[in-house]
Design a protein around this ligand. Structure first.
Ligand code: NAP
Length: 253
């Protein structure tokens, strides 16, 4: 078994000693993410091409940790279980996006969301669902989240929390202007997995595209397409740990 370690801060020597000799940052079977969700999002992004064979392990070091099921004290027992082949995974869906201009296309995946914002000027975005015109949005921006991302930025915007077993994405408005003149749906919209959302901004050189909290550099984007992806991320977890435990642990307890 080969491991990779992902952490924003340097890890203590005693932790590294436990993993030493098994480290392979090119082709790890397991990626240990030490931190919170932000660290896990970056770890998944770093190994996005390895998701078929790599299992992520979230070790919480004092953050919210929606994606982190383990404490630092459990590291020995995790390694022991891996050595015994006792591995159970939770799967999280991704969304895939394409940023398009002229004949250039930049593709990628998100575990939480893709957000298109302009914090200064009113943004006008034409929204198409399956290439059919749906609405013209005016406001700060739009966000498309995965089921597991629905408890992140999406939730702060009044979006619904989606069970992670659902195969769908969610479109949520960020500070929409709704009045006599301008009208958009003004509520979150759940979109099934075989549907595509396309967004065309009227002021494309002044928008910010963020993916899982990272800035996507792609100037003058003409069209942004977002779909549910069949690609999944596997995270080590307990058989007894359900989606509702996860939500309860993060928001209610
Ligand atoms: P960040 O500081 O890393 O994260 C902000 C908070 O969101 C942290 O408490 C983080 O947990 C939590 N979080 C992240 N993903 C979550 C999920 N799927 N369910 C529940 N909570 C989650 O911020 P960032 O680096 O800018 O962006 C990372 C993510 O944070 C984004 O993908 C976005 O979902 C979220 N975010 C939220 C807002 C908002 O609510 N206004 C604004 C920006 C970003 P940890 O403490 O464990 O890291």
């Amino acid at each position: 078994m080969k491991y990779a370690v992902y952490s924003k801060e340097p890890l203590k020597e005693e932790i590294m000693i436990k993993l030493k000799g098994k480290l392979d940052y090119q082709n790890p079977d397991f990626v240990f993410s030490f931190g919170g969700d932000g660290t896990m999002l970056n770890a998944v992004n770093q190994y996005i091409d390895n998701t078929d064979k790599t299992i992520f392990i979230g070790i919480n070091t004092g953050k919210l940790g929606f994606y982190t099921d383990y404490a630092l004290e459990e590291l020995d027992s995790i390694i022991d279980s891996i050595n015994k082949g006792e591995v159970f995974c939770h799967e999280f869906s991704l969304l895939e996006y394409s940023l398009i201009k002229n004949n250039q296309v930049k593709k990628g995946y998100a575990l939480n969301e893709v957000a298109i914002t302009n914090p200064i000027h009113t943004q006008i975005i034409e929204v198409y669902i399956n290439e059919k015109m749906f609405e013209t949005f005016r406001g700060t921006g739009l966000l498309v989240s995965t089921p597991s991302g629905s408890t992140g930025y999406n939730k702060s915007l009044g979006g619904s929390v989606m069970d992670c077993s659902l195969e769908a994405i969610q479109l949520t408005e960020i500070a929409a202007i709704n009045n006599r003149i301008f009208k958009s749906l003004a509520s979150p919209l759940i979109i099934p997995s075989n549907n595509k959302v396309s967004m065309i901004s009227h002021d494309s050189d002044n928008i910010y595209i963020s993916v899982d909290g990272r800035y996507e550099e792609f100037r003058d984007v003409e069209k942004i397409e977002v779909m549910f992806s069949n690609k999944k991320v596997k995270m080590l977890g307990s058989k007894n740990y359900s989606f509702y435990n996860r939500v309860k642990k993060s928001f209610i307890e």
